[in-house]
Design a protein. Structure first.
Length: 170
């Protein structure tokens, strides 16, 4: 009945200067907002924030929520090689919890492991493991304890995390 529209996960600007990343995310979010207005009630945008810059991401999340009506944004499972429990990202998570904006966490498809190049293993095994690493870092890094009301959506059913929760409890 409806479509949730987001960018492809490999479209990100994490290696760029903060000003550039903010500009790019604002353009993407504004473009999705136009589509959402044109197809009101049929297409909903999932925004983009300028991580790895935590404060800038919090500011764009606020703008996207208040001005564009975003109820969700997509982030990657790791940002330029840093796990999601990196202290730089805490202002963003704090704002997401405050605004009750859902975070769609997609595995970082750029994370390559040479041994997984054959047989499409990067997608078949790498992405489910990458998603589990993100979940583990949010749990063990204390992010979920600090922000217990975060709304989180993990791509691909949480990867392998649901099947290894028992090991984590150990």
């Amino acid at each position: 009945d409806v479509v949730a529209l987001s960018t492809l996960p490999y479209i990100n600007f994490g290696a760029c200067a903060e000003k550039t990343v903010v500009w790019a995310c604002q353009r993407i979010n504004d473009g999705f907002a136009e589509i959402q207005r044109e197809y009101s009630g049929r297409i909903y945008g999932i925004g983009m924030v300028p991580l790895p810059y935590g404060r800038a991401a919090a500011a764009e999340l606020t703008r996207a929520n208040r001005e564009l009506g975003w109820r969700a944004v997509q982030i990657l499972s790791s940002i330029e090689g840093r796990n999601l429990d990196d202290p730089e990202f805490l202002p963003f998570f704090e704002r997401a919890e405050e605004l009750q904006v859902a975070l769609l966490i997609h595995p970082d498809v750029r994370v390559r492991r040479e041994r997984m190049d054959d047989y499409y293993l990067q997608n078949l095994i790498g992405n489910p493991v990458e998603t589990a690493v993100a979940i583990a870092c949010l749990i063990f890094g204390g992010v979920l304890e600090r922000f217990p009301k975060l709304k989180l959506i993990f791509a691909h059913g949480g990867g392998v995390a649901p099947s290894i929760l028992g090991r984590w409890r150990h």
